[in-house]
Design a protein around this ligand. Structure first.
Ligand code: LLP
Length: 423
C-alpha cells in the first residue's frame, strides 16, 4: 500500500496535491512519501519480529540523504557499495557500526576508509579481496569483520541484468569453494571470519529461489561450524520484489515467516539488505505533457525522459502511468506510447497504455519510481538532473533542487589550447 491516492479527482502524495508541488518546483520531479517508506519499513521489520535481524537499507536504491535519514531514524542500518555511498550514508546520519559494505570491486582506498571507520561488516566477494583486506587491516592494526559472499548458483527468476546468484554471474565465491576460503581467512591476519552472505538478485517475485539459496547458505554454515569455524552471522541479502504492474511478489509477512522458519534455533545474527521493497513504491516521477503526436500511433511526449528514469529502457520494466487529474468518467481511453524528448527510440517510458486524451501542460505520474530512479539518472542530452521532493503529511520540501544548466555546463573545463572558449 502506498500514499499516492486520488482525492476529489486529484492525485495526492499523502495530504499534498501533486499540482501544488508542480507549481512550486516545476517539472519533472521525483516525489517520495515518508508515510509509505515508514509503512514499508515497519511491515518488513514487523514480519521479522523476534529474529533480531539487522535490516540494512541498500542505499543504492535511493541514496538521497533525506531518504537515508528517514530510514535510519526508524532504526535501519545501511548497505553500501562504494566509498561514496559510505560517505553519503554517514553524512545522512548512519553510524559506522550499522554499515555493511558489499560489492565485488572494493578498492584499496575504500577498504582503508571502511577499516578506519570500523564498520559492522565487509561482505567479501573474492580471494584477492580477502587477501587485500587482510593485508590492509594488519597494517592498520585492525580486525576486519568479514562475511564471505557465496554464490549459491540459484536462478532468481528475475531479469537477466539483475540476477546475481548463478555461477556465471560475477558475484561471490562459488559455494563449493567456500570452505577453502574460510580456511584461508582463518589463517590470514587481521580478519574475523564471522559469517556467510548471499544475494541472488533483485525484483524477485517468488519465495522459492530465496528458500533454495537460504537453504544452501545455512547448509554451508552447518558445514563450516562442523569444521570448527565459529560462524555467528548470516546475511540474507535483499531482492524482495514489489508490484509494478501485474506482479504478485510475496508479501513481506510470507518472506519473514520463511526466514523465521529456516533460521529458527540456529543461533545466528541475521542481516538483511533490502532496497526496492522499502522505497520502490514510495516514489513517483511527475512529468508534464509537452504534446500529443498522432502519426499512425499515438505518442504522448512528456518532459521526463530515459535520462531521468532509465529502467524501462534498460530492463524493459513496467511502470504504471496515471494522469494527475483523474479523467472524466466518460473519457475515451486510447492506447498511447509515453515517450520523452531524447533522440533515441529507447526513450520510451511506456508502450501501448490506455490513457484518456492529454493536453499540453497536463501532469502525469510514473508510479513505483522510488527505487533505482533518481539514483540512475544522467544528464544525457544536457538535461539537468530533476528535482527530488519529499512529502510528510501536509508538508513538502525539495530534498534536491533541480540542477541548473549553468552549473551543469560549468563542470566542463577548457584544455589550455582552447582558452578562448568556454568563457
Ligand atoms: N544487496 C546487494 C548485494 C545488492 O547488490 C542489491 C541490489 C541489494 C542488496 C538490494 O536489492 P533490492 O532489495 O533493491 O532488490 N537497477 C536495478 C536493480 C539493481 C539491483 C542491484 N543490487 C533496477 O532498476 O531494477
Amino acid at each position: 500500500m502506498d500514499h499516492f491516492q486520488y482525492r476529489n479527482g486529484v492525485l495526492h502524495a499523502e495530504d499534498v496535491p501533486i499540482p501544488d508541488i508542480a507549481a512550486a518546483i516545476g517539472t519533472p520531479f521525483y516525489c517520495y512519501s515518508t508515510a509509505t517508506m515508514t509503512r514499508h519499513y515497519n511491515v518488513l521489520t514487523g514480519a521479522l519480529d523476534g529474529t533480531g535481524a539487522k535490516v540494512c537499507y541498500a542505499i543504492k536504491a535511493n541514496s538521497n540523504q533525506a531518504v537515508i535519514r528517514t530510514l535510519v531514524e526508524l532504526g535501519a542500518g545501511v548497505d553500501v557499495i562504494s566509498g561514496g555511498e559510505l560517505t553519503r550514508a554517514l553524512a545522512a546520519g548512519a553510524v559506522p557500526g550499522d554499515v555493511v559494505f558489499a560489492g565485488p570491486g572494493k578498492t584499496r582506498e575504500e577498504l582503508v576508509q571502511a577499516l578506519a571507520l570500523g564498520i559492522y561488516q565487509f561482505n567479501v566477494e573474492s580471494e584477492p579481496e580477502l587477501r587485500l583486506l587482510s593485508a590492509l587491516a594488519a597494517e592498520m592494526g585492525k580486525v576486519a569483520p568479514v562475511s564471505i559472499r557465496v554464490n549459491p548458483d540459484v536462478d532468481a527468476g528475475t531479469h537477466e541484468k539483475i540476477t546475481t546468484g548463478r555461477n556465471q554471474n560475477k558475484f561471490g565465491i562459488p559455494i563449493g569453494r567456500a570452505m577453502e576460503i574460510f580456511e584461508l581467512g582463518a589463517a590470514l591476519p587481521g580478519l574475523a571470519m564471522l559469517g556467510v552472505a548471499i544475494h541472488i538478485g533483485s525484483q524477485i517475485t517468488d519465495l522459492a529461489p530465496f528458500e533454495a539459496a537460504f537453504d544452501k547458505a545455512l547448509g554451508l554454515i552447518d558445514e563450516l561450524r562442523a569444521a570448527g569455524h565459529e560462524i555467528r552471522r548470516c546475511n540474507l541479502g535483499g531482492g524482495l520484489g514489489i508490484p509494478y504492474g501485474g506482479e504478485t511478489p510475496p508479501a513481506p509477512a510470507a518472506y519473514g515467516a520463511m526466514v523465521k522458519r529456516m533460521t529458527a534455533n540456529r543461533n545466528l545474527d541475521l542481516v538483511l539488505e533490502p532496497g526496492r521493497v522499502l522505497v520502490g513504491n514510495a516514489g513517483i516521477l511527475v512529468a508534464r505533457v509537452i504534446h500529443e503526436k498522432h502519426e499512425g500511433r499515438r505518442f504522448v511526449i512528456i518532459d521526463a525522459a530515459m535520462n531521468d528514469l532509465i529502467r524501462p529502457a534498460m530492463y524493459d520494466s513496467w511502470h504504471d502511468i496515471v494522469p494527475v487529474l483523474a479523467p472524466a468518467p466518460d473519457a475515451v481511453l486510447a492506447a498511447a506510447d509515453v515517450v520523452g524528448p531524447i533522440c533515441e527510440t529507447g526513450d520510451t517510458l511506456a508502450k501501448g497504455r490506455d490513457l484518456a486524451p492529454l493536453a499540453p501542460n497536463d501532469l502525469i505520474a510514473v508510479r513505483s519510481a522510488g527505487a533505482y530512479g533518481a539514483v540512475m539518472a544522467s544528464t544525457y542530452n544536457s538535461r539537468p538532473l530533476v528535482a527530488e521532493v519529499m512529502v510528510k503529511a501536509d508538508l513538502f520540501a525539495a530534498i534536491r533542487p533541480r540542477q541548473d544548466i549553468d552549473d551543469l555546463i560549468a563542470l566542463d573545463q577548457a584544455p589550455p589550447w582552447q582558452q578562448t572558449i568556454f568563457a
